[in-house]
Design a protein. Structure first.
Length: 562
């Protein structure tokens, strides 16, 4: 800071400050502008406005300026910190510089020399300038962590985490990482409190965003500075015990977060290289979801009984089908918990093992070690099994072994990625499984979706014309006694919804459907037969949920085919 700058001399001449005041306050000030404000009692914004009048220099509002716009080759920390000026942008051969002292000609000459450009100056509020400079070189300031939040989230218990704050406080580098550690901890706890199922950390060229999947839909929750992209990714990879140096290939890991003495939450972590850094997706694996019990899943009474009857069979196959995130795993785990008795030997092959279940032998699929679904199934059959669960039937070999197990006195449970129950049967046939094997081994197929559940605090009745209701698929009998509801939104929910409810299509393989499979019936014929036998498809089940006020017609249209 130069006390003889023209700006300071001007204010002495005007009688706004005195040499004695300057002498007393100069140790407290970081810049000429701050010194003048301390001596005169002026606000920083008033000083900037006076500079406009006195020196005819344009006034610039830094509050909305995005520091990401500053060209990287113009960022010289030594010069910026020393002179308390900020390069804004380049236009042709001109460099526009923000300064709280528009008469600091030495600073402008240094920037002209280092950049090779002609400098034009704009005057700014010195407090805004200091904030932007700190934000530029201390990007963690953009995380907006309060002191209370820092204390609350500093000491979360993360299993096998060797970089906890307690262990690194004496290392200068790790002190710099402390805000990152606390910020990630806060994001994880926020996701748990909001009931999110997945977290997405996404780097882009000019933006970094964090989204939560709440009740099946993604919502943007935070947008930290893009400069933090690599540090956020590195912290998550440390927590997940992944290779920090490897940024060119996808990696998978796991985090165990202890949130109380009795409860821990697991996160499944997946990293993937993208154009602008590593995208990270974290799946929240809450073991309590597997313990909800069959009554909490949303089955109709007849559907619940069909599932219980299939689970009571000594042999055969139960298949659960639906897209990713439709709740297949929870349906399977619910069935396994019902079967989990001391007298049964239950083994599962999963990729990955999402939730640990006491009393069940869970095997992690590892193709590198030749532990495939097919090889795991072969091993299970030599381990005196009663119940076998296969995470997914992906190929003919796995399908053949699973069917052989179902035909030789074992209950087999698995999933397929198909859109409906009838399509599951034709998918097995298309894989190359003989029709008689499908007809004789499969007991029950469950196709499912998850729809957002309407908030009981704010849902509002909705009136639709009869023609529209008929068009949507409601019967005349339903329309006579129907009351539909629409989302509204309140402090208890997200956009009018809170939680999710399952929508199911259950097709037990009856003798009629078996005969149709044996005669090469296609999925449409099987679907027609299932409806004739009184088994509701996904659309019909969804409309029933809407008619009962559990969800909205809009939501049913989102998750089921019209």
């Amino acid at each position: 800071m130069e006390h003889h700058s023209p700006l300071l001399r001007k204010f002495i001449t005007l009688g706004r400050v005195t040499p004695e005041q300057i002498k007393n306050k100069q140790r407290e000030a970081q810049s000429t502008a701050e010194l003048i404000c301390l001596c005169s009692g002026m606000k920083s914004s008033e000083l900037a406005a006076q500079c406009l009048d006195l020196f005819r220099v344009p006034l610039f509002d830094l509050s909305e300026f995005d520091i990401e716009q500053i060209p990287e080759n113009l960022i010289n920390e030594k010069l910026i910190r020393k002179h308390q000026v900020l390069p804004l942008y380049k236009k042709g051969r001109k460099l526009y510089i923000a300064a709280s002292d528009p008469t600091d000609y030495g600073a402008f000459e240094n920037f002209e020399f280092s950049s090779g450009l002609q400098c034009d100056v704009v005057v700014v509020d010195h407090k805004q300038l200091e904030k932007k400079i700190d934000q530029l070189f201390d990007s963690t300031s953009g995380l907006s962590l309060s002191e209370d939040e820092f204390q609350e989230f500093a000491n979360l218990d993360i299993e096998d985490d060797q970089k906890s704050l307690q262990n690194v406080e004496n290392k200068e580098k790790d002190k710099d990482d402390a805000p990152i550690i606390v910020y990630i901890n806060k994001i994880l706890m926020d996701a748990i409190k909001k009931g999110a199922s997945d977290l997405h950390f996404e780097p882009y060229e000019h933006k970094y965003r964090i989204r939560f999947r709440i009740d099946g839909l993604l919502h943007e929750m935070a947008s930290p500075p893009t400069s933090l992209s690599t540090r956020l990714a590195a912290r998550i990879k440390v927590m997940s015990r992944l290779d920090i140096a490897e940024k060119r290939r996808p990696q998978d890991g796991r985090i165990k977060l202890k949130i109380s003495e009795r409860k821990s939450i697991d996160f499944r972590v997946s990293t993937m290289p993208t154009m602008w850094g590593e995208k990270i997706v974290m799946r929240i694996l809450d073991s309590s979801s597997a313990m909800m019990g069959i009554d909490a899943l949303g089955y109709e009474s007849e559907q619940k009984q069909m599932y219980l009857d299939a689970l009571a069979q000594p042999q055969g196959m139960i298949l659960v089908t639906g897209p990713t995130g439709s709740g297949k795993t929870v349906s399977l785990y619910t069935g396994l918990n019902i079967l989990n008795k001391p007298e049964r030997n239950i083994s599962t092959a999963e990729d990955p093992v999402e939730i640990n279940l006491e009393g069940i032998n869970q095997v992690q699929i590892n193709p590198k070690a030749e532990m495939t679904f097919a090889n795991a199934l072969k091993a299970f059959l030599r381990q005196d099994p009663d119940v076998i669960m296969v995470g997914e039937i992906r190929d003919l070999e796995t399908a053949e072994i699973a069917i052989k197990a179902a035909q030789t006195g074992h209950l087999v449970m698995s999933t397929l990625h198909t859109n409906s129950a009838p399509e599951t049967l034709t998918r097995l046939l298309n894989m190359g499984v003989p029709a008689y094997n499908v007809a004789s081994s499969v007991n029950l197929i469950i196709a499912q979706r998850l729809a957002r559940r309407l908030c009981n605090h704010c849902k509002t009745p909705e009136t639709l014309p009869k023609d529209e209701l008929l068009k949507q698929g409601f019967s005349d009998a339903q329309i006579a006694n129907i009351t539909l509801f629409a989302p509204h939104g309140c402090e208890h929910c997200t956009d009018g919804y809170k939680g999710r409810v399952g929508i199911y299509e259950m097709v037990p393989i009856t003798s009629e459907i078996s005969q149709l499979i044996m005669s090469d019936g296609n999925s449409m014929q099987i679907a027609q037969m299932a409806q004739q036998l009184g088994y509701a498809n996904l659309r019909t089940s969804g409309l029933k949920k809407a008619a009962s006020g559990l969800t909205s017609l809009t939501e049913i249209n989102r998750v089921t085919s019209f």
